[in-house]
Design a protein. Structure first.
Length: 335
Protein backbone atom coordinates (compact mmCIF):
# COMPACT_ATOMS: atom_id res chain seq x y z
CA UNK A 1 0.00 0.00 0.00
CA UNK A 2 2.34 2.67 -1.27
CA UNK A 3 5.24 3.27 1.07
CA UNK A 4 3.22 1.98 4.00
CA UNK A 5 3.40 -1.80 4.04
CA UNK A 6 0.42 -3.80 5.14
CA UNK A 7 0.90 -5.89 8.24
CA UNK A 8 2.41 -9.14 7.03
CA UNK A 9 1.03 -12.50 8.07
CA UNK A 10 2.74 -14.15 11.01
CA UNK A 11 2.10 -17.62 12.42
CA UNK A 12 0.84 -17.58 16.00
CA UNK A 13 0.38 -20.32 18.58
CA UNK A 14 -2.97 -22.09 18.43
CA UNK A 15 -4.86 -21.05 21.56
CA UNK A 16 -8.33 -21.84 20.24
CA UNK A 17 -11.14 -19.43 19.43
CA UNK A 18 -10.77 -15.99 20.97
CA UNK A 19 -13.21 -13.13 20.43
CA UNK A 20 -11.44 -10.40 22.43
CA UNK A 21 -7.74 -9.59 22.60
CA UNK A 22 -6.41 -6.98 25.02
CA UNK A 23 -2.95 -5.81 24.00
CA UNK A 24 -0.71 -3.91 26.41
CA UNK A 25 2.56 -2.48 25.11
CA UNK A 26 5.25 -2.25 27.77
CA UNK A 27 8.61 -0.53 27.93
CA UNK A 28 10.20 -0.41 31.38
CA UNK A 29 6.77 -0.01 32.93
CA UNK A 30 7.06 -2.48 35.79
CA UNK A 31 5.81 0.05 38.34
CA UNK A 32 2.45 0.26 36.53
CA UNK A 33 1.88 -3.39 35.74
CA UNK A 34 0.40 -4.62 39.02
CA UNK A 35 -2.60 -2.27 38.94
CA UNK A 36 -3.00 -2.40 35.18
CA UNK A 37 -2.96 -6.18 34.71
CA UNK A 38 -4.89 -7.00 37.88
CA UNK A 39 -7.68 -4.59 36.90
CA UNK A 40 -7.95 -6.10 33.42
CA UNK A 41 -7.87 -9.72 34.55
CA UNK A 42 -10.68 -9.22 37.04
CA UNK A 43 -13.11 -7.94 34.40
CA UNK A 44 -16.24 -10.09 34.21
CA UNK A 45 -17.21 -11.00 30.63
CA UNK A 46 -18.75 -14.13 29.18
CA UNK A 47 -16.58 -14.17 26.09
CA UNK A 48 -13.36 -15.97 25.10
CA UNK A 49 -10.62 -13.46 25.94
CA UNK A 50 -6.86 -13.19 25.96
CA UNK A 51 -4.50 -10.63 27.48
CA UNK A 52 -1.15 -9.99 25.78
CA UNK A 53 1.76 -8.05 27.20
CA UNK A 54 3.99 -6.95 24.32
CA UNK A 55 7.42 -5.95 25.58
CA UNK A 56 9.52 -3.39 23.72
CA UNK A 57 12.91 -4.55 25.02
CA UNK A 58 12.47 -3.62 28.69
CA UNK A 59 15.46 -3.69 31.03
CA UNK A 60 13.59 -3.26 34.33
CA UNK A 61 12.67 -6.92 35.00
CA UNK A 62 9.14 -6.37 33.70
CA UNK A 63 9.03 -9.66 31.85
CA UNK A 64 9.99 -11.87 34.74
CA UNK A 65 7.60 -10.01 37.03
CA UNK A 66 4.67 -10.66 34.72
CA UNK A 67 5.61 -14.29 34.18
CA UNK A 68 5.78 -14.85 37.94
CA UNK A 69 2.77 -12.81 39.06
CA UNK A 70 0.38 -13.02 36.09
CA UNK A 71 0.74 -16.45 34.46
CA UNK A 72 -2.54 -15.98 32.54
CA UNK A 73 -1.00 -13.12 30.56
CA UNK A 74 0.60 -14.08 27.27
CA UNK A 75 4.03 -12.40 27.09
CA UNK A 76 5.43 -11.36 23.70
CA UNK A 77 9.11 -10.42 23.74
CA UNK A 78 10.08 -8.13 20.86
CA UNK A 79 13.70 -7.88 21.95
CA UNK A 80 14.16 -4.16 21.30
CA UNK A 81 12.26 -0.88 21.46
CA UNK A 82 10.24 -0.46 18.27
CA UNK A 83 8.40 2.58 19.58
CA UNK A 84 4.71 2.89 20.35
CA UNK A 85 3.50 2.63 16.76
CA UNK A 86 5.43 -0.39 15.50
CA UNK A 87 5.44 -2.06 18.93
CA UNK A 88 1.64 -2.21 18.85
CA UNK A 89 1.67 -3.28 15.20
CA UNK A 90 3.88 -6.23 16.08
CA UNK A 91 1.75 -7.14 19.07
CA UNK A 92 -1.30 -7.18 16.82
CA UNK A 93 0.24 -10.03 14.81
CA UNK A 94 -0.01 -12.31 17.83
CA UNK A 95 -3.59 -11.42 18.74
CA UNK A 96 -6.42 -13.82 17.91
CA UNK A 97 -9.48 -11.67 18.61
CA UNK A 98 -12.10 -10.11 16.40
CA UNK A 99 -12.24 -7.17 18.79
CA UNK A 100 -8.82 -5.70 19.56
CA UNK A 101 -8.37 -3.55 22.66
CA UNK A 102 -5.18 -1.54 23.12
CA UNK A 103 -4.38 -0.31 26.62
CA UNK A 104 -1.49 1.69 28.09
CA UNK A 105 0.39 0.33 31.10
CA UNK A 106 -0.29 3.49 33.15
CA UNK A 107 -4.01 2.74 33.41
CA UNK A 108 -6.35 0.99 35.83
CA UNK A 109 -9.64 -0.32 34.51
CA UNK A 110 -12.74 0.38 36.58
CA UNK A 111 -15.53 -2.09 37.36
CA UNK A 112 -17.54 -2.92 34.23
CA UNK A 113 -14.95 -1.34 31.94
CA UNK A 114 -14.64 -4.25 29.51
CA UNK A 115 -18.24 -5.47 29.65
CA UNK A 116 -19.61 -2.03 28.84
CA UNK A 117 -17.06 -1.41 26.09
CA UNK A 118 -17.93 -4.70 24.41
CA UNK A 119 -21.66 -4.17 24.75
CA UNK A 120 -21.31 -0.88 22.92
CA UNK A 121 -19.29 -2.59 20.17
CA UNK A 122 -22.05 -5.17 19.70
CA UNK A 123 -24.91 -2.65 19.79
CA UNK A 124 -23.34 0.09 17.64
CA UNK A 125 -21.65 -1.48 14.59
CA UNK A 126 -21.42 1.93 12.90
CA UNK A 127 -18.51 2.79 15.24
CA UNK A 128 -15.28 1.24 14.03
CA UNK A 129 -13.33 2.50 17.04
CA UNK A 130 -14.69 2.83 20.58
CA UNK A 131 -12.85 4.41 23.48
CA UNK A 132 -13.26 4.36 27.24
CA UNK A 133 -13.79 7.49 29.30
CA UNK A 134 -10.42 8.41 30.82
CA UNK A 135 -10.49 9.56 34.41
CA UNK A 136 -9.63 12.22 35.55
CA UNK A 137 -9.27 14.05 32.23
CA UNK A 138 -12.85 13.24 31.18
CA UNK A 139 -14.59 13.63 34.52
CA UNK A 140 -17.77 15.72 34.67
CA UNK A 141 -19.06 14.89 31.18
CA UNK A 142 -16.02 16.14 29.31
CA UNK A 143 -15.50 14.96 25.74
CA UNK A 144 -12.07 14.32 24.23
CA UNK A 145 -11.26 15.35 20.68
CA UNK A 146 -8.75 17.36 18.61
CA UNK A 147 -8.24 21.09 18.32
CA UNK A 148 -7.04 23.04 15.29
CA UNK A 149 -3.39 22.49 16.25
CA UNK A 150 -3.73 18.71 16.37
CA UNK A 151 -3.55 18.70 20.16
CA UNK A 152 -5.87 16.64 22.31
CA UNK A 153 -8.53 18.89 23.84
CA UNK A 154 -11.41 18.34 26.22
CA UNK A 155 -14.65 20.26 26.58
CA UNK A 156 -17.68 19.90 28.80
CA UNK A 157 -20.73 18.44 27.07
CA UNK A 158 -23.96 17.51 28.80
CA UNK A 159 -25.43 14.42 27.19
CA UNK A 160 -27.52 11.42 28.10
CA UNK A 161 -26.43 9.46 25.04
CA UNK A 162 -24.44 6.26 25.72
CA UNK A 163 -21.77 7.21 23.18
CA UNK A 164 -20.18 10.57 22.37
CA UNK A 165 -18.87 11.11 18.84
CA UNK A 166 -15.28 12.31 18.47
CA UNK A 167 -12.55 12.93 15.92
CA UNK A 168 -9.98 11.29 18.17
CA UNK A 169 -9.38 7.81 19.55
CA UNK A 170 -6.83 8.05 22.35
CA UNK A 171 -4.07 5.47 22.09
CA UNK A 172 -4.25 5.02 25.87
CA UNK A 173 -7.36 2.84 25.59
CA UNK A 174 -9.42 1.97 22.54
CA UNK A 175 -11.25 -0.93 20.90
CA UNK A 176 -10.94 -1.40 17.15
CA UNK A 177 -12.57 -4.01 14.96
CA UNK A 178 -10.12 -6.29 13.16
CA UNK A 179 -12.07 -5.97 9.93
CA UNK A 180 -11.56 -2.18 10.04
CA UNK A 181 -7.79 -2.53 10.33
CA UNK A 182 -7.87 -4.84 7.32
CA UNK A 183 -9.90 -2.29 5.38
CA UNK A 184 -7.58 0.59 6.35
CA UNK A 185 -4.45 -1.45 5.63
CA UNK A 186 -2.63 -0.92 8.93
CA UNK A 187 -3.11 0.05 12.58
CA UNK A 188 -0.38 2.64 13.19
CA UNK A 189 2.15 4.13 10.79
CA UNK A 190 5.42 2.39 11.79
CA UNK A 191 7.52 5.36 10.65
CA UNK A 192 6.03 7.54 13.39
CA UNK A 193 7.74 5.61 16.22
CA UNK A 194 6.12 7.75 18.93
CA UNK A 195 3.81 10.76 18.84
CA UNK A 196 0.53 11.49 17.02
CA UNK A 197 0.18 7.92 15.75
CA UNK A 198 -3.30 7.85 17.28
CA UNK A 199 -4.15 11.17 15.60
CA UNK A 200 -3.22 9.69 12.22
CA UNK A 201 -5.24 6.53 12.90
CA UNK A 202 -8.22 8.63 14.00
CA UNK A 203 -8.28 11.06 11.07
CA UNK A 204 -7.72 8.21 8.62
CA UNK A 205 -10.72 6.42 10.14
CA UNK A 206 -12.96 9.50 9.96
CA UNK A 207 -11.99 10.42 6.39
CA UNK A 208 -12.56 6.82 5.23
CA UNK A 209 -16.12 7.03 6.52
CA UNK A 210 -15.68 5.38 9.91
CA UNK A 211 -16.93 6.43 13.31
CA UNK A 212 -15.17 7.03 16.63
CA UNK A 213 -17.03 7.22 19.92
CA UNK A 214 -16.43 7.37 23.68
CA UNK A 215 -18.51 4.92 25.71
CA UNK A 216 -19.76 6.82 28.75
CA UNK A 217 -20.12 3.84 31.10
CA UNK A 218 -16.75 2.27 30.19
CA UNK A 219 -14.27 4.01 32.46
CA UNK A 220 -10.55 3.63 32.98
CA UNK A 221 -8.19 5.63 35.18
CA UNK A 222 -5.24 7.03 33.23
CA UNK A 223 -2.37 8.11 35.46
CA UNK A 224 -0.38 9.62 32.54
CA UNK A 225 3.31 9.04 33.00
CA UNK A 226 4.03 5.68 31.46
CA UNK A 227 5.75 7.17 28.42
CA UNK A 228 9.34 7.88 29.41
CA UNK A 229 10.52 10.16 26.61
CA UNK A 230 12.45 13.48 26.79
CA UNK A 231 10.12 16.40 26.16
CA UNK A 232 12.29 17.95 23.40
CA UNK A 233 12.14 14.78 21.30
CA UNK A 234 8.50 14.22 22.16
CA UNK A 235 7.56 17.66 20.81
CA UNK A 236 9.81 17.16 17.81
CA UNK A 237 8.35 13.78 16.80
CA UNK A 238 4.79 14.87 17.44
CA UNK A 239 5.14 17.98 15.28
CA UNK A 240 6.78 16.04 12.46
CA UNK A 241 4.17 13.29 12.62
CA UNK A 242 1.22 15.70 12.74
CA UNK A 243 2.44 17.44 9.59
CA UNK A 244 3.01 14.09 7.89
CA UNK A 245 -0.55 13.14 8.82
CA UNK A 246 -2.00 16.30 7.29
CA UNK A 247 0.13 15.87 4.17
CA UNK A 248 -0.97 12.25 3.75
CA UNK A 249 -4.69 12.69 4.41
CA UNK A 250 -5.72 16.22 3.38
CA UNK A 251 -5.90 17.83 -0.04
CA UNK A 252 -2.88 20.01 -0.97
CA UNK A 253 -4.88 23.19 -0.39
CA UNK A 254 -6.03 22.12 3.07
CA UNK A 255 -2.60 20.79 3.99
CA UNK A 256 -1.18 24.24 3.18
CA UNK A 257 -3.72 25.76 5.56
CA UNK A 258 -2.75 23.38 8.34
CA UNK A 259 0.92 24.08 7.70
CA UNK A 260 0.23 27.81 8.01
CA UNK A 261 -1.55 27.21 11.32
CA UNK A 262 1.49 25.38 12.68
CA UNK A 263 3.90 28.05 11.49
CA UNK A 264 1.80 30.68 13.28
CA UNK A 265 1.43 28.53 16.40
CA UNK A 266 5.16 27.86 16.72
CA UNK A 267 6.01 31.53 16.09
CA UNK A 268 3.53 32.60 18.77
CA UNK A 269 4.97 30.11 21.27
CA UNK A 270 8.49 31.45 20.73
CA UNK A 271 7.37 34.85 21.96
CA UNK A 272 4.68 33.95 24.46
CA UNK A 273 6.23 31.00 26.28
CA UNK A 274 9.90 31.74 26.98
CA UNK A 275 9.93 29.23 29.85
CA UNK A 276 8.90 26.50 27.41
CA UNK A 277 11.59 27.36 24.86
CA UNK A 278 13.05 23.84 24.87
CA UNK A 279 9.73 22.30 23.92
CA UNK A 280 9.11 24.96 21.27
CA UNK A 281 12.56 24.34 19.76
CA UNK A 282 11.58 20.68 19.61
CA UNK A 283 8.59 21.74 17.52
CA UNK A 284 10.89 23.76 15.26
CA UNK A 285 13.03 20.67 14.74
CA UNK A 286 9.93 18.64 13.96
CA UNK A 287 8.97 21.22 11.34
CA UNK A 288 12.34 20.92 9.62
CA UNK A 289 12.28 17.11 9.91
CA UNK A 290 8.95 17.05 8.09
CA UNK A 291 10.47 18.71 5.03
CA UNK A 292 13.18 16.06 4.89
CA UNK A 293 10.81 13.07 4.80
CA UNK A 294 7.35 14.00 3.48
CA UNK A 295 8.26 12.77 -0.02
CA UNK A 296 7.99 9.16 1.17
CA UNK A 297 4.20 9.53 1.25
CA UNK A 298 3.59 10.92 -2.23
CA UNK A 299 2.39 7.62 -3.67
CA UNK A 300 0.35 6.78 -0.58
CA UNK A 301 -1.33 10.20 -0.71
CA UNK A 302 -2.61 9.49 -4.22
CA UNK A 303 -3.96 6.10 -3.16
CA UNK A 304 -5.62 7.50 -0.05
CA UNK A 305 -7.45 10.21 -1.99
CA UNK A 306 -9.13 7.44 -3.95
CA UNK A 307 -10.38 5.82 -0.73
CA UNK A 308 -11.63 8.94 1.06
CA UNK A 309 -15.34 9.00 1.84
CA UNK A 310 -15.52 12.33 3.66
CA UNK A 311 -14.19 15.77 2.87
CA UNK A 312 -11.57 17.61 4.91
CA UNK A 313 -14.23 20.15 5.84
CA UNK A 314 -16.06 17.43 7.77
CA UNK A 315 -13.03 17.32 10.08
CA UNK A 316 -12.43 21.08 10.21
CA UNK A 317 -15.97 21.83 11.32
CA UNK A 318 -15.67 19.40 14.21
CA UNK A 319 -12.38 20.61 15.69
CA UNK A 320 -12.69 21.71 19.30
CA UNK A 321 -11.51 25.30 19.60
CA UNK A 322 -11.95 28.26 21.90
CA UNK A 323 -13.84 31.23 20.49
CA UNK A 324 -10.80 33.51 20.36
CA UNK A 325 -8.72 30.89 18.56
CA UNK A 326 -11.59 30.26 16.18
CA UNK A 327 -11.75 33.94 15.23
CA UNK A 328 -8.00 34.08 14.71
CA UNK A 329 -7.98 31.26 12.19
CA UNK A 330 -11.36 31.69 10.53
CA UNK A 331 -9.72 33.07 7.41
CA UNK A 332 -7.74 29.86 7.05
CA UNK A 333 -10.63 27.40 7.21
CA UNK A 334 -13.38 29.54 5.59
CA UNK A 335 -16.24 27.41 6.89
Amino acid sequence: MGTLRRLEEMATPDIGYCRISTIILNWNGKRWLKNCLASILRQDVNEPCEVLLVDNGSTDDSLQYVKDQFPKVKVIELGKNYGFAEGNNRGLKYAQGEYLIFVNTDTEAQHGWLKNLLRAAYQYPNYQILCSIQIPAQAENRIMSLDVFGDVATARQESHQPITDSLFASGACFLIRREWIEKCGYLFDPYYFFGAEDVEMSLRTILMGGGIGYVRDSRIYHYVGGAQFPSFWSFSLRTRNLLLTYYKLFTPKNFARMLLVHFAYIAARLGARPKKIKNTLGMVKGLFDFFTCFYRYRKYKIEFMQNKRRSDEYVFKRFLCEKDIHKAIRFIYRY
